[in-house]
Design a protein around this ligand. Structure first.
Ligand code: USQ
Length: 387
């Protein structure tokens, strides 16, 4: 039977495809967004490669094309009255929470952006927890966390918890967090707040520690050009593989930061949807706080650059790779072995970064080549200003 699903951050890169996916499967979907990301895009002078319509028009187009109904509500999660009214009225079974400032570089641009990131993300999530307790304590919170919460420790990364022995005693405790930025830290603080709320109020939540997402299309975005999602390639909102694909098509060098040995978990946007769906279908128990590591493959930046170079060559594009002084403070040669068993155990059937997937991004980027802004590839935000 269809569930009542709230998608918070429903205007975003992942929120919009998630909303269509759940609606297409027969769930009753409401999208919520404050359009803050659109404001930040204007402030930084960046925009998605393919212009996206206002959310009103996308919702209308989806409802026409699919014969289903997504409902849309405009509001900001940092406004507690809005959040309490929202949950009182909607009474959701599942709350998918993407409504956060998503960029590490944005959060490192200065004091104001760090504060904006942490207030927006942490206060928004806290309001949501309190409103859930009041109006829908049975609802399952599916929260987008990040693999970056763990950092890159010199030991295997478990899914949320680790059992340690210390002075002859043993306990299972949260896995140590050594994040990369004030943005990633905001997700750490969220995780602690959610875990605590589950413990003291009996709420149920799954924290999805997601890796770096790439890709442009899902089965639903392919139905009509009006349904496409917000695909960024700038230094703020563009993730590395998406940036590399656009740089290749733009005949610009791939911007590898530092030595390029940084290893991270990656997944295709289609697999993000699958992971969210599997999580929603298999909810946490009352009082349970679960963590799933959400990625399908691990690559170094050098490996990614090489893959893009090879796929671009098949399109007749010769790609060069440039190693820039790393604007971030991070290890660029390190051990990295995170686990990702829990979603696989639930049935995740992952898509590998095959030529086909990359070819699709590069192919579609070629058709938008004239729209590429060549000024937004080089990193300008530095973790240390004297870098
Ligand atoms: N990088 C380059 N060249 C570039 C851009 C990035 O070498 O042109 C490197 C970065 O130094 C970093 C890695 O690529 O080592 C990933 O950077 P990114 O910008 O793709 O991703 P990140 O800042 O880690 O954040 C992104 C999303 C964030 C999500 C996170 C998942 O923006 O919302 O939480 O990926 S994770 O990285 O696993 O924490």
């Amino acid at each position: 039977m269809g569930k009542k699903v709230l998608v918070l951050g429903g205007d975003g890169y992942l929120g919009w495809p998630t909303a269509m996916h759940f609606s297409g499967k027969g769930h009753d979907v409401t999208v919520v967004d404050s359009f803050l990301k659109r404001k930040w895009e204007m402030e930084w002078g960046v925009q998605p490669l393919i212009p996206i319509s206002p959310l009103h028009l996308r919702v209308r187009a989806w409802n026409e094309i699919s014969g289903k109904t997504i409902t849309m509500i405009v509001g900001d999660l940092t406004n507690d009255r809005f959040v309490f009214k929202l949950l009182e009225r909607e009474h959701p079974d599942v709350i998918v929470h993407y409504a956060e400032q998503p960029s590490a570089p944005f959060s490192m641009a200065g004091r104001s952006q760090a504060v904006t990131t942490q207030v927006n993300n942490i206060v928004g999530t806290l309001n949501l927890l309190f409103a859930t307790k009041r109006h829908c304590p049975e609802a399952h919170l599916v929260k987008l966390g990040t693999m970056g919460e763990y950092g890159t420790p010199n030991i295997d990364i478990e899914e949320g918890l680790i059992t340690i022995e210390h002075n002859g005693r043993s306990d299972t405790v949260p896995f140590p967090k050594q994040p990369f930025s004030f943005y990633h830290l905001s997700k750490v603080h969220d995780s602690h707040n959610i875990q605590f709320a589950c413990k003291v109020w009996g709420l149920r939540a799954t924290d999805l520690n997601q890796g770096i997402v790439y890709g442009m299309d899902t089965p639903e975005t392919r139905l009509d050009p009006r349904l496409c999602t917000s695909f960024h390639y700038d230094e703020i909102f563009g993730t590395v593989l998406n940036r590399f694909c656009v740089q290749a098509v733009a005949n610009e060098p791939l911007t590898v930061y530092g030595r390029g040995g940084q290893r991270r978990g990656y997944l295709n946007i289609i697999d993000t949807l699958q992971c969210i769906e599997l999580t929603a279908e298999n909810p946490a128990q009352a009082g349970e706080y679960r963590v799933f590591n959400q990625f399908t493959e691990v690559f170094s930046i050098n490996e990614l650059a090489q893959i893009v170079q090879e796929v671009a060559a098949q399109h007749g594009i010769k790609v060069t790779i440039e190693h820039l002084a790393n604007p971030r403070i991070e290890k660029d040669d390190h051990y990295y072995n995170p686990r990702n068993n829990k979603l696989l155990e639930l049935g995740l059937n992952s898509h590998k970064i095959s030529d086909v997937l990359l070819k699709e991004i590069i192919g579609k980027t070629i058709s938008s080549k004239d729209a590429i802004d060549h000024h937004i590839f080089r990193p300008t935000i530095k973790w240390r200003q004297d870098n």
